[in-house]
Design a protein around this ligand. Structure first.
Ligand code: NG1
Ligand code: MG
Length: 456
C-alpha cells in the first residue's frame, strides 16, 4: 500500500491494506457485494472525511484553508459489467435505500435520488471526461463518517464514486485533477461549495494538516505544532446542506461583496462569479488593507436588490445571474458582515501558518467561531454551547467546523490534557447522551488521502 503524490496519476494500485481493521471492513463489503450482485468487486476505494482546522466559508471565495483528513471514511467496492441497467448501488447501512439507474443519461435530482445523488455526481463528473460509451457499474458503499456533521461525508461519497468510475473506465488522472473534477461535480447536487473537501480527500498526507490553495489547486503539508491534539465533538444537530438555501445564500452574498468592491475600485474584468480573492489579487493589496476596504465600503444594514442594482448599475435580470436558483427570491443581503468574516478569516489562516504556539492557534480558533456565529450567522445554539463546554473543559480554543448550522466542533488541546477534556465533555454536553460516546467525541490522528485496493 502506498500513497499517491499530488501529481502522480491513477491507477497506482495497492494490492491490499496493511491495516487489519480496514481489511476486515473491506472483506465485509466484498461479501455484501457478492450477496447483492452475485459477483465480486473489481476494485475498492477508500476516501477519508476531514476536519477543517481554520479557514471556514472562504474556499469558495478563493482563499486558502487548512484541513486534515480524519480516519473515518467512505469505502466503495465497484465492478464494471457488460449488462443493463447502467448502475446499481447498495449501502451496507439499510437506512440508505438501494438505487437503480437505467442508463447513463441520468439527470441528478436530489429529491428523487436522495443520498445516491452524491454517488451520481461523482459518476457524472467522470463521464464528462470520458469519450465513448461508459461501462455499466455496480457499487456497494459502507461509511463511518457521521452524515450531516460537517465532516464531509457527502464529498467523500462524491470523490469515491468519481474515483471508482474513472478507474473502471481506465482514465488516468492526477490527484489534483480528481479533486478539481470532484469539486465541480458535487455542485450538481445544487450547492455551490468550494474545493476544500475534495482536495483534502485526495491530497491528504498522514500525520499532517494541509494548506490548500486554489486556482490552481496547490497543497502543502502543515506540521501540527508541539504536542497539539485536535478533538472533534458532534453537537448531534444534523444539517443537510442540500435541503436548505443557507449555504448558497452565503456564497451569493460573498459574490455580491466581490462585485460591489470591484465596481467601487473600478475593476473592469467583472465576471458573474467573481470571488473576493480575485478582487484582492486585482488590487494587489494585503489582507489588512482588504479588511479596511470592506469596513469602509459596506454599511451594516442589509442591502436590498434595488440598492444593489443601483450600486452595480445592473438590471434585476443581470443581478439574478449572480444568484443561484434557490437564492433568486431573496430580498436582503448582509454584505458588510459576510465580507468582513471572509477577509478576517483569510487573515487568520495566514496567522495560523506563521505560528507554532498552541495558545495562539487556540485564540485564532475562538475568533473564528465568534466570527462564524456573529458575522456569518452559520452557528447554532447547540454548537455555541458545545464550544463553551470545550473551553470549560480546558481546551485552548474551539470552533464549529465545516459549513455549520449543526454538525461538529473542533477543539485544540495538548496531549496531557486530552483525557480531561473528553471526560469533562461526557459530564457536560453529553450528560444525557445514551449512544456510543466514542463515536461522537474523539481525538483525531491526521490520516491518509484516497486509496485504491485491488485484492481483498
Ligand atoms: P460541508 O458542508 O461541511 O461539507 C462545506 C463546503 C466546503 C466549505 C465548507 C465551509 C461542499 C462540498 N463543502 O462543507 O467547500 O465551503 O462548507 O468552509 O460544498
Ligand atoms: Mg458536505
Amino acid at each position: 500500500m502506498s500513497e499517491l503524490s499530488n501529481n502522480s496519476v491513477f491507477p497506482q494500485v495497492h494490492t491490499h491494506p496493511k491495516n487489519n481493521e480496514l481489511h476486515e471492513r473491506l472483506k465485509k463489503l466484498k461479501h455484501t457485494f457478492f450477496s447483492k450482485f452475485s459477483y465480486y468487486p473489481d476494485v475498492y476505494v477508500r476516501v477519508p472525511g476531514r476536519v477543517n482546522l481554520i479557514g471556514e466559508h472562504i474556499d469558495y471565495c478563493g482563499y486558502s484553508v487548512c484541513p486534515l483528513a480524519i480516519d473515518k471514511d467512505i469505502l466503495l467496492a465497484a465492478k464494471a459489467v457488460e449488462e443493463e441497467p447502467f448502475l446499481k448501488i447498495t449501502n451496507l447501512d439499510s437506512k440508505y435505500p438501494d438505487c437503480i439507474v437505467p442508463d447513463s443519461n441520468f439527470v441528478i435530482d436530489h429529491q428523487k435520488y436522495g443520498w445516491c445523488a452524491y454517488v451520481l455526481c461523482g459518476i457524472y463528473g467522470a463521464l464528462e471526461k470520458l469519450g465513448g460509451k461508459p461501462v455499466s457499474l455496480r457499487f456497494a458503499i459502507a461509511g463511518s463518517i457521521p452524515p450531516g456533521a460537517g465532516l464531509s461525508s457527502s464529498s467523500a461519497v462524491v470523490c469515491a464514486s468519481l474515483l471508482a468510475t474513472t478507474y473502471l473506465n481506465k482514465l488516468t488522472l492526477s490527484k489534483a485533477e480528481l479533486a478539481t473534477m470532484s469539486a465541480i461535480s458535487e455542485q450538481y447536487v445544487g450547492t455551490v461549495g468550494g474545493g476544500m473537501d475534495q482536495a483534502i480527500a485526495f491530497c491528504a498526507t498522514e500525520g499532517c494538516a494541509k494548506h490548500i490553495e486554489f486556482n490552481p489547486l496547490r497543497t502543502t503539508d502543515v506540521s501540527i505544532p508541539g504536542d497539539a491534539i485536535f478533538v472533534i465533538a458532534d453537537s448531534l444537530v444534523t444539517k443537510n446542506k442540500a435541503e436548505s438555501n443557507d449555504f448558497n445564500t452565503r456564497v451569493v452574498e460573498t459574490r455580491l461583496v466581490a462585485q460591489v468592491l470591484a465596481k467601487r475600485q473600478l475593476i473592469t474584468s467583472c465576471v458573474d462569479k467573481l470571488k473576493i480573492a480575485d478582487v484582492q489579487a486585482e488590487l494587489d493589496i494585503s489582507l489588512e488593507k482588504m479588511i479596511s476596504l470592506v469596513k469602509s465600503t459596506f454599511h451594516k444594514e442589509p442591502y436590498t436588490k434595488e440598492e444593489l442594482c443601483e450600486e452595480l448599475a445592473m438590471t434585476k435580470d443581470e443581478l439574478s445571474k449572480i444568484l443561484t436558483a434557490n437564492t433568486r427570491h431573496l430580498s436582503q443581503f448582509s454584505l458588510y458582515q459576510r465580507g468582513l468574516h471572509v477577509v478576517e478569516e483569510a487573515f487568520r489562516v495566514q496567522k495560523w501558518l506563521s505560528t507554532n504556539s498552541v495558545q495562539t492557534l487556540g485564540c485564532l480558533m475562538n475568533e473564528s467561531h465568534q466570527s462564524l456565529r456573529d458575522l456569518y450567522e452559520a452557528s447554532h445554539p447547540s454548537l455555541d454551547r458545545l464550544v463553551s463546554d470545550c473551553l470549560g473543559g480546558g481546551a485552548l480554543g474551539a470552533r464549529l467546523t465545516g459549513a455549520g448550522w449543526g454538525g461538529c466542533v473542533v477543539a485544540i488541546t495538548t496531549q496531557d490534557k486530552v483525557d480531561n477534556l473528553i471526560k469533562s465533555l461526557a459530564k457536560s454536553y453529553y450528560k444525557n447522551y445514551d449512544g456510543v460516546f466514542s463515536e461522537v467525541v474523539f481525538a483525531t490522528h491526521p490520516g491518509r488521502g484516497a486509496e485504491i485496493f485491488t485484492s481483498i
